[in-house]
Structures are given as C-alpha cells and as structure tokens.
Design a protein around this ligand. Structure first.
Ligand SMILES: Cc1cc2nc3c(=O)[nH]c(=O)nc-3n(C[C@H](O)[C@H](O)[C@H](O)COP(=O)(O)O)c2cc1C
Length: 212
C-alpha cells in the first residue's frame, strides 16, 4: 500500500502550524463541540511510544468540584512559586498569567503508566524513563492537532504531582505529567507570550547547537 504524498505546500503549512502553536493562557469560555476532545485524543494516541507501550493516560476533568479544587491547588502553588523571586523579578512574575484554568472549557490531566504491560518491556530496560518521554510525545501531538483545528492548549506545571493523583483518584503507579487547558484562544500570536512580556527571549541558535 502506498501512503499519501504530501505536496510541497504541505511543508510550508506544517511550518506555519509549528510557528503558530502557542501555549495558550487566555481562552474564550465557549465549549468545544461534542466529540472534539475525543477526536484530538485519538490523534494524540498516534504518537510514537517505547515498545508501542502507549503509556499515556488522559483524564478529562468534568466534575465542577474537581475543577475548582485544581484551580485552588494551582493558585496556592503559584503563590509559593512566586516567593522565590524578589524585587523586579517578583513584579514581573506577578504580571504573568500562567494558566487559563478559570476560563478554559476543558481541563485534561495527563499521566504516564510507569510500567505498562503493553510493549512487554521493549526498549525500556536501560532507560526506564522512556514511557514518560512517550507521553510527552503524545502531548506535543495533541498540541499540534489542537492548533490545526483552531483549538488552543496551555500546559500548567505549577502543580504538586502527588496532589493531582489524589485529587483525581488515579492509581499510584500513574505518574503525573501535565495539566492541560484546552479551548478556543482569546488571541493569537506568532510570538510566545513570555517573549512578548519580556520574561524570556528565544535563545540564539549558537547557545543550543554544538558540533563535536
Ligand atoms: C513542560 C512544560 C511546562 C510548562 N508549564 C507552564 C506553566 O505552568 N505555565 C505556563 O504559563 N506555561 C507553561 N508552559 C509553557 C511555556 O511557558 C511555553 O511553552 C514557552 O514559554 C514557549 O511559548 P510557546 O509554547 O507559546 O511557544 C510549559 C511548557 C512545557 C513544555
């Protein structure tokens, strides 16, 4: 069977998708259409995984109590995180919006089943952390697929992982990886928000590429 042939314009469009993918923290309150999140998770599940172990576990948080508990937890962690900065850095930190949990119609928690049966151990004997890498691949796939459909996604890591396991009542051998907000973005930009807000510029290539 021959697969699809991608026309040259496809590479350009893919480039724009990558350039316009953003971490989104400002959402419209509009819900996603029925079935859209499942469709996106089907696409995220096409990601590569060590030994084809597919260790991603996606938890869609729909209960109002749990959503509120997550928001309260993240806001408490955020205040603690702020405490390491002083003076100007503290003022800059306080000016950042680091999550859109209040407005985003969807909260999605992503876990890694650390020693899944699927894959039968293939590829992870010497690097037991590879299931985690696999989950991160699925999150990036989800991020791009969402953006391609006009849906924004934001990653929230100002979280105590153990608290997420207990708040969401998931097994102890599921390692918390990410809390994600999804919804329609309130604004779009080709420039990351942390660059626009002068928190952190993109690094010059010579600081990230080496030849040996
Ligand atoms: C592992 C990971 C954790 C992140 N955690 C947060 C977070 O807690 N809050 C936040 O506002 N952005 C978070 N981000 C988003 C980054 O700040 C963002 O990717 C970066 O500033 C570049 O912006 P861009 O994604 O729009 O290109 C996280 C991203 C990653 C990959």
């Amino acid at each position: 069977m021959t697969g699809p042939v991608f026309p040259p314009q496809f590479a350009d469009q893919l480039g724009s998708l990558l350039a316009w993918r953003r971490d989104v923290r400002h959402f419209q309150r509009l819900p996603l259409p029925d079935g859209m999140l499942d469709h996106l998770l089907d696409i995220a599940s096409l990601a590569p995984s060590v030994g084809n172990s597919q260790p991603w576990r996606f938890v869609r948080v729909v209960s109002e109590e749990r959503r509120s508990a997550i928001i309260a937890h993240v806001e408490a962690e955020d205040r603690q995180a702020a405490a390491i900065y002083d003076d100007d850095a503290r003022a800059a930190y306080d000016g950042l919006k680091l999550h859109g949990l209040r407005e985003a119609p969807e909260h999605l928690a992503v876990f890694c089943q650390t020693d899944p049966e699927a894959g039968r151990g293939l590829g992870r004997q010497t690097m037991p952390e590879t299931p985690v890498y696999s989950v991160i691949m699925s999150i990036h796939t989800l991020w791009l697929a969402a953006r391609a459909m006009g849906v924004g996604m934001g990653w929230v890591s100002i979280v105590d992982p153990a608290a997420m396991n207990s708040l969401l009542d998931v097994p102890d051998d599921w390692r918390f990886i990410a809390l994600l907000c999804l919804g329609y973005p309130a604004q779009e930009s080709e420039t990351p928000e942390l660059v626009r807000r002068h928190w952190q510029d993109r690094l010059p290539a010579d600081q990230t590429r080496f030849i040996r």
